[in-house]
Design a protein around this ligand. Structure first.
Ligand code: F6R
Length: 601
């Protein structure tokens, strides 16, 4: 979703640095971009639809010598992606970039129109800009004007603001959208996340809600909303710039897929070396709610299966955008687990806040260190998967599944339900080799991609834990290859959807769950009898089964326990999706319309 970066420097390269930073925010998803920069003739503003390279092209013919710039990638919410709607927006004496959504913009707009303001764009952001300008016209103190405007604005925002008469100073504040301040010897930043500035500095401070920063090239001052100066800790980021490079891979997605063996192995090693969450007392909770969005929800479904089946705790899962508006029936003995790679997903954050208000103890499974969700949960379990740049999550998902495995083990241990922990430990710690093997079957995945890439519809079917795996496989395929794909519980297909199976319709059938293997095979035969082209995913313990009766192609993966099988299965489906998207010539790392960090509701 939108990315913002502001840079004010003692030198005159603010445009170059802001653009470089903006490119590192591309992964968040965007459809237009823009920049405003100070010049001796006042602030100049340039915007372009589409890629940042379009913006760069426009800037080429201009003198971009400047010591302060604010720049933005926009993921359209209010109004189509075009230059008028792109940020920065300028109204009166205020120029700003914004990430978030101003919910009461329509009311504020009416108020401002009555006061004589006119609007060029359809955006909520232009209204916020005008509102700050209006507050500034009443209250000449700049910080006070911003504070007053923020009190009237409802919604989420991270703002980088420049006042006309102070063109080399950036004012920054946030609510429900991320924003950090970064420090270097040559200048200072206010950006959506650390990836934007890591090439220049790893020193940063998180701006908290209700805090305001005044940033010049040499000094950063923080204030609370009473305009009292406050001191803030400067942190050092542990992620380095190299982690934001493709390192020889064609795509970030591919690189991140191949990082999974180490990421997952590290999680299991950390758990067995020093179980950092043995402090969650599972014996106190009689039910667990798991709340997340998208792939994180698919990881949650595996978590539900493991916690319920092995730790014997009733678990419900619900997508965050529904949970936050439903009757959640939280009691003092409810444990809420929220799952989020980015740690900034608006709906997940809202669900966690709601549950905390109702007295729940909230555990977060989060990748982005220091993110809002990580900070607000009662107990944060980091996946430490490292930065994930590709919009489609891969290592983010598998690391969440690995954490759920260790959580289930921990709960089992506390409840005296583990018989042979050493056997489980050996099996978990053998994941790296099995995952390496799974990822080595590239020819198989490419061969399958060639079979399916020019079809319009495809189905994933499976039962039990395999049906949760199907959901992730299907999402991965559709989001990066734009193929229509549906995931169905294999037993449910004949209650309607089987009418869509025609001669040659591809069906990817997953049967890695021993108890349900024969049942799934029966369901596959039902689709085969109606002409499906079947790709069968199973484990090597079934290799003597007569696949030729119902499968056109097979993927045979190493057999592991329920605690890790999903990781192998989904890794293979990630590569099927990747190869298919490549054959369809899609923008794999930045699929259309999608955003990496969904910071709006
Ligand atoms: C799919 C994908 C999304 C995210 C979802 C939640 O590949 O990446 O479905 O899983 O937007 O994001 P986080 O985990 O950051 O809360």
């Amino acid at each position: 979703m939108c990315g913002i970066i502001g840079y004010t420097t003692k030198k005159n390269n603010s445009v170059e640095v802001a653009l470089a930073g903006l490119k590192n925010l591309e992964y968040r998803g965007y459809d237009s971009s823009g920049i405003a920069f100070s010049t001796p003739d006042g602030l100049k503003m340039v915007k372009a639809k589409g890629k940042i390279s379009n913006l760069e092209e426009k800037l080429k013919s201009m003198d971009t010598t400047s010591s302060c710039a604010i720049a933005h990638t926009r993921w359209a919410t209010h109004g189509e992606p075009n230059e008028t709607n792109a940020h920065p927006h300028k109204v009166g004496k205020i120029t700003l970039v914004h990430n978030g959504i101003i919910e009461n913009y329509a009311t504020l707009k009416k108020e401002l129109i009555k006061k004589g303001y006119t609007f060029a764009s359809e955006t909520d952001t232009e209204v916020a800009t005008a509102y700050i300008d209006y507050c500034f016209s009443l209250e000449k103190n700049k910080l006070q004007a911003i504070v007053n405007a923020c009190k009237a604005i409802r919604g989420s925002y991270a703002f980088d603001i420049i006042f006309e008469d102070e063109p080399n100073t950036i004012y920054a504040t946030r609510k429900d959208s991320p924003l950090i301040v970064g420090y270097s010897n040559e200048g200072n930043f206010a950006a959506s996340d650390i990836s934007a500035i890591l090439a220049y500095t790893n020193k940063y401070t998180l701006i908290q809600e209700g805090e305001y920063a005044r940033i010049t090239s040499s000094v950063v001052t923080f204030y609370n909303e009473n305009l009292q100066e406050i001191s803030k800790e400067i942190k050092t980021a542990t992620w380095d710039a190299a982690q934001y490079q493709k390192n020889g891979y064609d795509h970030f997605m591919l690189k991140e897929i191949y990082e999974q063996p180490k990421v997952v192995q590290d999680i299991f090693e950390r758990y067995f070396d020093d179980c950092t969450y043995s402090d969650i007392d599972f014996t106190k909770f009689d039910k667990i709610h798991i709340v997340a969005c998208g792939s994180a929800m698919h990881a949650a479904l595996i978590g539900k299966y493991l916690l319920q089946t092995y730790a014997k705790i009733p678990v419900t899962t619900e997508i965050a955008s529904e949970y936050r508006y439903s009757e959640s029936l939280i009691t003092p003995t409810t444990l809420l687990i929220v799952v989020s790679q980015s740690g900034e997903t608006a709906d997940t954050l809202a669900a966690l806040r709601l549950a905390k208000e109702q007295g729940a103890f909230v555990v977060g499974i989060v990748n982005a260190v220091g993110s809002t969700i990580a900070r607000e949960v009662n107990k944060c379990i980091y996946t430490y998967a490292g930065p994930e740049i590709a919009v489609a999550t891969t290592k983010g998902y598998t690391s969440q599944v690995a954490i759920f495995s260790t959580l289930a083990l921990n709960a089992m241990k506390q409840k005296g339900l583990i018989e042979d922990e050493n056997a489980i430990k050996d099996e978990l710690l053998s994941i790296k080799d099995k995952l390496d093997y799974t990822l080595s079957l590239r020819d198989t995945y490419l061969d399958i991609a060639k079979d399916i890439y020019n079809h319009n519809d495809l189905f994933f079917i499976g039962r039990g834990i395999d049906s949760a795996i199907c959901m992730e496989g299907s999402l991965k395929l559709k989001e990066i290859s734009y193929m229509h794909s549906e995931s169905y519980s294999a037993g449910e297909l004949k209650h309607g959807t089987i009418s869509l199976i025609e001669q040659g319709t591809p069906v990817i059938a997953i049967a890695t769950n021993d108890n349900l293997f024969e049942k799934t095979v029966s369901n596959i035969k039902e689709t085969k009898a109606r002409g499906s082209y079947t790709i069968f995913v199973t484990t090597d313990d079934h290799k003597d089964c007569h696949f030729e009766e119902f499968a056109d192609k097979t993927i045979i993966l190493p057999k592991t326990s329920d605690f890790t099988q999903a990781i192998l299965d989904v890794a293979s489906l990630q590569l099927v999706a990747y190869e298919t998207a490549k054959l369809r010539d899609c923008d794999i790392d930045k699929p259309r319309n999608l955003a990496k960090s969904v910071t709006v509701e």
